[in-house]
Ligand binder design. Sequence first.
Ligand SMILES: Cc1cc2nc3c(=O)[nH]c(=O)nc-3n(C[C@H](O)[C@H](O)[C@H](O)COP(=O)(O)OP(=O)(O)OC[C@H]3O[C@@H](n4cnc5c(N)ncnc54)[C@H](O)[C@@H]3O)c2cc1C
Ligand code: FES
Length: 257
Amino acid sequence: MASIQDIFKIASNDKLCPRFYRMQIDAPSIVKKILPGQFIHIRVSQGLEPFFRRPFSVYRAQKYVEIFYEPVGPGTKLMAKMNKGDTIDVLGPLGQPFALPPKGTKQVVMIAGGIGIAPFLILSDCLKKKKYDLILLYGGRTGGHVYPMKEFKDNGVKVLVATDDGSKGTKGRVIQLFSKVKMDPGTTFLYTCGPNPMMAAVQHFAGEHHLRGQAACEEVMACALGACLGCSIKTKSGYKTVCYDGPVFDLQEVIFH
Ligand SMILES: Cc1cc2nc3c(=O)[nH]c(=O)nc-3n(C[C@H](O)[C@H](O)[C@H](O)COP(=O)(O)OP(=O)(O)OC[C@H]3O[C@@H](n4cnc5c(N)ncnc54)[C@H](O)[C@@H]3O)c2cc1C
Ligand code: FES
C-alpha cells in the first residue's frame, strides 16, 4: 500500500500521566489508510538534529492519527514541547498490520509493556466490532507509567495492571498477571508489544501452553522502507526487517535477543 509523506498540523499534544504523552495529528489522508499494527515515521525537526525520522505505532485513527509516546531522547523530548497548530512531517502508513485472530477465537489477550501499549487501542477499536472478549494485561515500571486507559475500558476491554514497584496494580512483571486469566489454546489469541525480554517471556509462556499469537517488534530505524536493512532482526526463517517485513510477526517466529 502506497505511503503518504506530507506536513500535517498537530491538533493536540497532551501529557496523559507523568511518563506518557498523546499527540493528535490532523492527517485525514493517513487516517483513511492506516491499519492496526502499522506505524508512521516522523521527522521531528526541520534542522539536522535529530537527523533521522522516528517511528511511532499508531495509537488510534478516527478523526486524527494519534500517537502515544514517552519522551526518552532528543526526538521525543522535542515532540513533548510541540503545541496545537504546530506542523509535523509524517510518512506513513508503514509496515505490516496485525492479522485478525484465527477462526474459532473467542478471547483476545493483549500483553503490553510500557509504551508497548501504543498499538493496542486501535486494535481494540477494530476487534470490539467482532465481539471478542478483550483483555489487556499491562505492565509498567512504576505508577507513573500507568494512566486511566479509559478508551480501552469504553471498548469493553478488561484491563489488568502490574507495576514493577507495586505502586499500581499487582506488584511484579506483566507475566504475573497471566495466572489471573484463563487462556484456552483453542479459543484464545495473543498480541504482544513491549521490551524484548517481556516478549520473550510471552513467547515462552505461549509455547508451553500452545497459545497462538503475534508480536509487534521494535528496532532502531533509519529508512523505514526496507532499504538500509538497519532494523533487521533474527527470525526462524532468517533475518527480516522490522520496518518492511514487520513490525508484526508471528509470536513463535521471532528470535528475541
Ligand atoms: C515500529 C516502532 C514503533 C514504535 N512506536 C513507538 C510509540 O508508539 N511510542 C514511543 O514512545 N516509541 C515508539 N517507538 C520507539 C521510538 O521510535 C524510539 O524510542 C525513538 O528512537 C525515540 O527517539 P528519540 O530521539 O526521543 O530517542 P533516541 O535518542 O532515538 O533513543 C533513546 C534511547 O532509546 C534507544 N532506542 C531507540 N529506539 C529504540 C528501539 N526501537 N528499541 C530499543 N531501543 C531503542 C536508543 O538507542 C537510545 O538509547 C517505536 C519504535 C518502532 C521501531
Ligand atoms: S530501517 Fe531501513 S530497512 Fe528498516
